[in-house]
Each structure stands twice: as structure tokens, then as C-alpha cells.
Design a protein around this ligand. Structure first.
Ligand code: ADP
Ligand code: MG
Length: 267
């Protein structure tokens, strides 16, 4: 799936891409409670190399919690998370090193961009590469410039984030995540905080990323993105998977009344 795209981030490891059709992320019986409240119940899910999965569902259904558990920002209570060669049993104590190894494989983009206001756009994209990948400043800046070009913002490299629109800041946040060579990109409502027009430029970058072969999990309210860009769509409700399948089937022909109700509300 990884055609040499002009937007392609150079791989730090230089290792070959995994076989197509091998799961990059696998969740087995994943559950998460906050006190007595069960936010995720027995989630089972596989995402194949190059697949784009959209997660939709009503507010409070556990979408963000799911992404946060995958990234270990929230430790799940039970089940198993497998990313690439790393497989973690959530019911056992897991060491810091393993969490770091897990996170290095995952790029995360949130609704809020969280750029450092006192650093230039270029430094924002370069910093983590130096700290976590040990790239030299020069090396990191070179990768960053390539990625800023990829998201259409090379001309903003030496500006400060405050001079950028929300859509531009989110594209910078995407470049920053890509700079760490993730195996999978996780997006949590990346366009929800943006005016529709600015959301479109972010969606265009995400669409390009998808067509370059990146494996992506995208929590979104953008039904157009789910239907036209994501191979698969999952509808969540009450911490469970209500429906999962090829996007068009799930969105156009949902099997449950609960899903139909949700889709009527968002369309
Ligand atoms: P979504 O992203 O689908 O809107 P969330 O995953 O944010 O839903 O939340 C799912 C449920 O878990 C909600 O009822 C929310 O109130 C609850 N929840 C999320 N995070 C916490 C937390 N840190 N402590 C307690 N409850 C939480
Ligand atoms: Mg959420």
C-alpha cells in the first residue's frame, strides 16, 4: 500500500512495510471502567495494514476512551492490545518501557492541536524527533520541512502557531505526528473544533494520507469522510460496538434500530 508518495515520510528505521492484510492493531476483549461505570465493554477489533477505520457514535459512547486506551493514555482494565509485534495484556502490570514502545508506533491527533506557542512551526514539528528518535536538529528539520510541504505549509515553517489558522494548526499537528514514523495514526475528532472550510483542508490532508497507505483510526462526525475515505466504519454505543463493516454498508444499511436512529440524527 505504501507507494512512494511525494508526501511520504522517510522511514527512520528503514525497515520494510509489514505485509498487506496483516493486522497492525488488534484489540481482544478490551474493557475499561471508571469506578463502577463501564466505558468500554469487551471490544474486539482488527485493523489491517493500510486500512482506514472510521469510528462514529453518539457523544459519550466511548470513542475517545477507546483511542486513549490504545495509546495507554488511559490504562484499560482487561483485554489485550496488539500493535505490530508488541502485545500487552491490560490486566497485568505493564512497564514504562513497553508503554513507550507502544506509543512510538502510534501517532495521535486530537481535537485541540496543542502546539507550543513559543516555538516556530518548524520547531514544533522537529522537537519530538530529536527527543524521542534522537535525530539531529538538522536531520529533524529536514524531515519536518518535507512534512510541512506535504501538508501544504512549508511557507509557515518559520512563523509562530498563533499566526496560523485553526486548520493550519491542525495540519501542523498532523505533520508533527507523522514525523515520528508511526505505524498507525489515531485521530480524535480532528475537525470538530474548526469552521467547516478549515475542516475541509484538514480532511483533504487526511484523505491524501489515507491514499498513501497509512493505517488510520479516525473518530469523526464527518459522514462524508467515513463513507468515502474509510474502508471500514464502526458505530459505537454505550461502550460497545454496535455495527462494524464496509463503510457504505454500515452507513447506508445499518442493521440495528439504535444505529439507524444515530445515523438519522447526524445526516
Ligand atoms: P465519546 O468520545 O464517545 O464522546 P468518551 O470516551 O469521552 O465518549 O466517554 C465515554 C464515557 O466515559 C462517558 O460517559 C464519559 O463521561 C466517561 N468518561 C470518560 N473519561 C472519563 C474519566 N476520566 N473519568 C470518568 N468518566 C469518564
Ligand atoms: Mg470523544
Amino acid at each position: 500500500a505504501l507507494s512512494p508518495s511525494p508526501l511520504g515520510a522517510p522511514s527512520a528505521s528503514g525497515s520494510p512495510a509489514p505485509e498487506p492484510s496483516r493486522p497492525v492493531i488488534k484489540l481482544d476483549h478490551l474493557s475499561k471502567s471508571f469506578g463502577t461505570f463501564q466505558a468500554l465493554q469487551d471490544i474486539n477489533l482488527s485493523v489491517l495494514q493500510g486500512d482506514v477505520l472510521a469510528i462514529i457514535g453518539p457523544s459519550g459512547s466511548g470513542k475517545s476512551t477507546l483511542l486513549r486506551c490504545i495509546n495507554w493514555l488511559e490504562p484499560a482494565n482487561s483485554g489485550r492490545i496488539t500493535v505490530g509485534d508488541l502485545s500487552l495484556d491490560c490486566s497485568k502490570p505493564v512497564g514504562k518501557e513497553q508503554i513507550t514502545t507502544l506509543r512510538r508506533q502510534l501517532g495521535m491527533v486530537f481535537q485541540s492541536f496543542n502546539l507550543f506557542p513559543h516555538m516556530t512551526v518548524l520547531r514544533n514539528v522537529s522537537l519530538a524527533q530529536e527527543r524521542t528518535l534522537g535525530r539531529s536538529r538538522r536531520e529533524a528539520d529536514e524531515v519536518s520541512m518535507g512534512l510541512l510541504e506535504r501538508v501544504g505549509l512549508a511557507d509557515k515553517a518559520h512563523q509562530y502557531p498563533v499566526r496560523c489558522s485553526g486548520g493550519q494548526q491542525q495540519r501542523i499537528a498532523i505533520a508533527r505526528a507523522l514525523a515520528l514514523d508511526p505505524k498507525v495514526m489515531l485521530f480524535d475528532e480532528p475537525t470538530s473544533a474548526l469552521d467547516p472550510e478549515l475542516g475541509l483542508e484538514v480532511l483533504a490532508v487526511m484523505r491524501e494520507l489515507a491514499s498513501s497507505g497509512m493505517t488510520m483510526i479516525v473518530v469523526t462526525h464527518e459522514m462524508g469522510f467515513a463513507e468515502n475515505v474509510s474502508e471500514h466504519t464502526m458505530i459505537m454505543a454505550d461502550g460497545q460496538i454496535l455495527e462494524y463493516g464496509p463503510s457504505r454498508e454500515v452507513i447506508r444499511n445499518p442493521q440495528t434500530e439504535r444505529a439507524r436512529r444515530f445515523l438519522r440524527a447526524v445526516n
